[in-house]
Design a protein around this ligand. Sequence first.
Ligand SMILES: NC(=O)c1ccc[n+]([C@@H]2O[C@H](COP(=O)([O-])OP(=O)(O)OC[C@H]3O[C@@H](n4cnc5c(N)ncnc54)[C@H](OP(=O)(O)O)[C@@H]3O)[C@@H](O)[C@H]2O)c1
Length: 265
Amino acid sequence: MKRYGQWALVTGATSGIGRALARQLAAQGMNVVAVARTQGRLDELATELRAKPGVEVRALALDVSTRQGIEALIAAVADLEIGVLIPCAAFESKGYFVETSQQSHEQLLDMDCYGPMRLAHHFGGLMATRRKGAILFVSSLSGWAGQPYMAHYGAAKAYVLSLGEALHHEMKDKGVDVTVLSPGWTDTPMSAGTGIDFASMGMAVMQPEDVASAGLARLGRGQNAVPGFRNQLMVLMMTRWTPRAWLGAMFRMMMKRAGAVPAPA
Ligand SMILES: NC(=O)c1ccc[n+]([C@@H]2O[C@H](COP(=O)([O-])OP(=O)(O)OC[C@H]3O[C@@H](n4cnc5c(N)ncnc54)[C@H](OP(=O)(O)O)[C@@H]3O)[C@@H](O)[C@H]2O)c1
């Protein structure tokens, strides 16, 4: 990691995949800018990471679902050279698209699409001038095909996937490595909070540590990181083996069976 610089910036760093990424980066000797909203959990993480020899931490309590929060983040690290950027925090939604409020859809767009785009544009630009650095985008298997009943979350993750895949190639001209991490079902508060029975969809749960290490291992090596054999099979199924129209129908059925559809009022 240190070939990219001294500092890594991780949003959503206090839980799940983001926390595992922050821990693994610190274990490799990187200094970490950790971003999340809850001060107490940031303080706990900062104390833990600072215990590693030579590791500095800047813990920032900011809301990256707002454009002000994103700008405040950029301003708060203006004195640091960010060598690795991981915009990991995301907002997930499920249920009928038309029954979810417009406000909630806008928040999801800002958090899951605008934030990663703005951060990648800003820090990617600085990396390009230094001709070194890396960006690990965090998409999802949900971004690889339309997801009925998680339609907007899937669409947002497809945006991240497409942006990251394109930048993987484009940023080679600028000396910057870009990879897209697409986790499947991972044991975190976010997946638990959906109430969806992912096991009934044939998915196997992974631990955030394994997802994080798979993502970091692919930086500088490949366009995509899809952790886990079953998830890789799922990607093959979505990209090679099944016509797109069938995929939508199949996911509609699977998501209904998995409890993603709210019972009629
Ligand atoms: N878990 C899965 O099964 C799964 C599968 C595929 C993809 N992913 C993707 O992996 C990434 C991480 O997901 P996760 O499941 O590891 O999440 P998680 O465990 O729920 O952690 C979310 C993190 O983001 C922070 N956060 C939430 N809202 C925020 C906001 N508005 N501003 C700043 N920080 C915020 C949380 O801290 P605070 O609440 O204190 O802010 C926490 O640190 C996401 O991009 C997700 O889409 C997850």
